[in-house]
Structures are given as C-alpha cells and as structure tokens.
Design a protein around this ligand. Structure first.
Ligand code: GLN
Length: 248
C-alpha cells in the first residue's frame, strides 16, 4: 500500500532514486516486495518533490502509474538535487484517484507522505478533524485519509511544533481514535527527515554523509537496516536517531 522514500545527501540525479536501482520506486510501482493490508501494485498515482538548492521544493505529481509517464524519465535524468521525497500510490478502496491525493503533500519547505490507511475512515477521525480550523477541512488536498493526516501534521507545524513532535503526536492521536490504522508518515524540510514505522515496513541506509529512508530497500546493499515497528526516525546528513513513537 503505497511506497515512499526520502533522500538527504550529496546531490544525485533523480533517476538514481526513481529509476536506476534494481528495486527502484518504478519497480516498486508494479512489483513491490512487501505489500501489507491489501493491494498488489502501486498504480494510482505518484509524486516526487525535490529541493532545487535554495528555496522551496518543486513537485511533479500525476494520477497515473509511474510506468506510464514519459516526461519524468527525461526530467529525472537531468535534475540533480540533495533532498528528495517521492511516493507511488495504491489508493485505498473507496478513495479517489486524483492528482491531489498523490504524495508528496506540500506547504512552504515541507513535503509529506503517508503509507497506510486510517481504519474506520472517515467516521473514526471526526473528533480529530474537529480540532482543525474549518478552513483547513474545506481546503483538503483530496478527500482521503492521507490528506487529512497531512492537515493534522501541518496544523502542528504551523503552530511551531518540532517536526518530530508533530509526527509523533499525529500518529498517537490517530492510533487512539482509529485503532488498527497503518501510519507510516514521512516528513521533510530538505534538511531533516522524520519518519514513523507504524504498521508498514521502513528501512534506512546511511552511507558517508547521505541517508536514504524507504518503504523497501532499493537494492541488496547489506547496509540497509529495517526500522523496528513502533519507532520514530529523525535523520539528517549527519546521522540517524531512532526512538519509540509513544515517547512523543
Ligand atoms: N490510504 C491512502 C490513500 O488511499 C494511502 C494508501 C496507501 O498507503 N496505499 O491515498
């Protein structure tokens, strides 16, 4: 159910993350190795956000399979960047296939992705939605669980919360309101990546001053480490810290 990745490090071509590795995001869109909770392929859209040196990230998203897009391969061959968040989507049954539902969701420097599902949608999250300004609910990127999760995280970021706290609090609140949900979140500002492992797989690989987090390892490099269930990862080019999600 959806696959996502985030990279921080020396500049690389986008294609080195999206297309070239043996288990690239492209490969994961039609032959993921570790799907859970239903779904077999990730064909309901994709998106990539990257940081062009200084300034806010650029996004390219479509509501179609990654393998069917003939523009991105050319773009990915010439675009060089040191910070990326990308995802391929398998829409949860009942949720619409539209560009606005494809990660990354974005505001300012922030990029966000959700791999998973909110159980009991939408009734289970009514109490959480009530905490948001009505304006945020009326301007959701899409009528999906992932878009609401982004609104919940963004609300905390706007209030000045530390990104790790924003992610941990959102996971805790949704897990309480909607037990059994799968809540692998990925958030970056291009300098730090925060990721939760809550219901789906997540792996991390550090090499030199780069870090790569992904739902599935992109290759057979023995340096990939699985992130244990229930952990929160905070990664920068300088290193990776992991702690229990419940620690908020
Ligand atoms: N539930 C989300 C959606 O439908 C994410 C799906 C997923 O992780 N496969 O967009």
């Amino acid at each position: 159910m959806c696959r996502h990745l985030a990279y921080l490090g020396p500049p690389v071509r986008l294609r080195a993350l999206l297309y070239d590795p043996p288990y690239s995001l492209l490969r994961q869109s039609w032959a993921p190795r570790d799907m859970r909770g239903g779904g077999t392929i990730n064909a309901d859209g994709f998106g990539v956000g990257w940081y062009p040196g200084e300034g806010d990230p650029v996004r390219y998203r479509r509501a179609q399979p990654l393998w069917g897009d003939s523009t991105l391969p050319e773009l990915a061959a010439v675009t060089v960047t040191g910070a990326v968040l990308a995802a391929v989507r398998s829409a949860t049954v009942g949720m619409p296939v539209q560009e606005g539902a494809a990660a990354p969701f974005a505001e300012g420097r922030w990029l966000f992705s959700h791999n998973g599902v909110v159980r009991g949608w939408p009734d289970a999250v009514v109490p959480l939605a009530a905490d948001l300004p009505v304006r945020d609910l009326l301007t959701l990127d899409a009528p999906t669980d992932s878009a609401l999760l982004w609104a919940l995280v963004r609300h905390r970021l706007r209030a000045g919360a530390d990104p790790a706290v924003a992610v941990a609090e959102t996971v805790a609140a949704v897990a309480t309101a909607a037990p059994g949900s799968r809540l692998n979140l990925l958030l970056t500002d291009g300098r730090t990546v925060v990721a939760s492992a809550a219901g789906h797989a997540l792996s991390v690989r550090t090499a030199g001053d780069s870090v790569l987090l992904a739902s599935e390892p992109l290759d057979d490099d023995p340096d990939w480490r699985p992130v244990p269930e229930g952990q929160l990862v905070v990664a920068t080019r300088a290193g990776v810290r992991t702690r229990a999600l419940a620690g908020g």
